[in-house]
Design a protein around this ligand. Structure first.
Ligand code: SAM
Ligand code: SF4
Length: 340
């Protein structure tokens, strides 16, 4: 008889956690720094990390390459403000060329897009989310403390001109601050062929400018306001995340609601975050994390310790998260640290 030898090709296993969820989506924070100081995100006198604590662009690329080799198919670059990181276009180009990466996206405040939209498009960036909380310039400056509305509007236009499609605005609604602009923002996306996602404020970091429980506005309230003018039809798209999307009868634009307080999506959560200093966060709602910087720096020519660190961290991903705006934040880090 003949002995048949089966040759099984070597391939990396996927990153699957203890609840059977495969990690396919990573949000990479490329810097904790920002040119804005949004009132819900940062304090006015933020102290940023010393530069040597932050992953270099080469380290970020290497991490991206290893993650993609383990089955990650979507990476979102965020921050802080990712577009104030020097040579960010280099990183975009390197990541975009990774075989197996299906989508490379970016969340930005838009301030640098007039300058960078075209190079980012040419580098292979797939899509852009732009944060915009107000269409009134004085109010915009109050909310962002240092931002200029005209620059962001020019950035949105530049992104469209560069050929980015399905640009999505992210809007945090704060009761008593910008909740009277909900319909203005919806009309703005309808006129400009954009999408929008309304985000509930999350209790990340201790802020002084307002009491989060007082400004908290639920997505249900926002949805009611929009529905009075534009009936919303549930859209079939799902991101596997905390967003629900709707369409309006007479427009291509989509309206989404991101409810981090709801935990209905935890069961299908496919995402993790990496902070600017290389900490892997398994869930936005708690502090469990694993250090990826040490294996990146200590073993510059060997990916195995980094791969081991990623697999060892998987049991840290909790089944679900807990937030409560009425309690002191359990999460002391700010959103710019975690990469929103
Ligand atoms: N600087 C970029 C920007 O603003 O788009 C990317 C980073 S920012 C932290 C990502 C998103 O998180 C933004 O849309 C911002 O509005 C949102 N964000 C920041 N702090 C938040 C908080 N406490 N609750 C909810 N969303 C928050
Ligand atoms: Fe900067 Fe974005 Fe935070 Fe605003 S939300 S301070 S733009 S990181």
């Amino acid at each position: 008889f003949s002995l048949q030898v089966l040759v099984i090709p070597m391939s990396y296993p996927a990153l699957i956690d203890g609840f059977g969820r495969q990690i396919t989506y990573v949000r990479l924070s490329v810097t904790d720094r920002c040119d804005f100081r949004c009132v819900y995100c940062m304090s006015e006198d933020m102290v940023f990390l010393p530069r040597q604590h932050i992953l270099s662009l080469e380290e970020l690329y290497r991490l991206g390459r290893v993650l993609v080799s383990l089955g990650v198919s979507k990476i979102r670059l965020t921050g802080g403000e990712p577009l104030i990181r020097q040579n960010i276009v280099w990183l975009v180009e390197k990541l975009a060329n990774l075989e197996g990466l299906k989508e490379l996206t970016l969340t930005t405040n838009g301030s640098q897009l007039a300058r960078l939209a075209q190079p980012l498009k040419e580098a292979g960036l797939s899509r852009i989310n732009i944060s915009l909380d107000s269409l009134q310039s004085e109010r915009f400056s109050q909310i962002t403390r240092t931002g200029k509305l005209s620059e962001v509007l020019a950035g949105i236009e530049a992104a469209q001109q560069a050929g980015f499609e399905r640009i999505k605005l992210n809007c945090v609604v704060l009761k008593g601050k910008n909740d009277d602009e909900i319909l203005d923002l919806v009309n703005f996306i309808r006129q400009n062929q954009l999408d929008i996602a309304f985000i509930e404020e999350m209790p990340l970091g201790v802020i002084t400018e307002h009491q989060r429980a007082e400004t908290y506005m639920s997505n249900d309230e926002i949805q009611q306001i929009i529905t009075q003018q534009y009936p919303l039809l549930a859209a079939s798209e799902t991101t596997g995340g905390p967003a629900r999307y709707y369409r309006m009868m007479d427009s291509q634009s989509r309206v989404g609601f991101i409810s981090p307080h709801s935990h209905n999506f935890c069961g299908s959560c496919n995402r993790v975050r990496v902070t600017a200093e290389g900490r892997l966060l398994l869930c936005l709602g708690n502090e469990h994390s694993a250090d990826l910087k040490a294996p990146l720096r200590d073993f510059p020519n060997d990916d195995q310790p980094l791969i081991d660190a990623l697999f060892n961290a998987l049991p840290l991903k909790p089944e679900r998260h807990y937030f409560d705006v009425n309690e002191e934040p359990q999460i002391v880090r700010f959103m710019n640290m975690t990469g929103g």
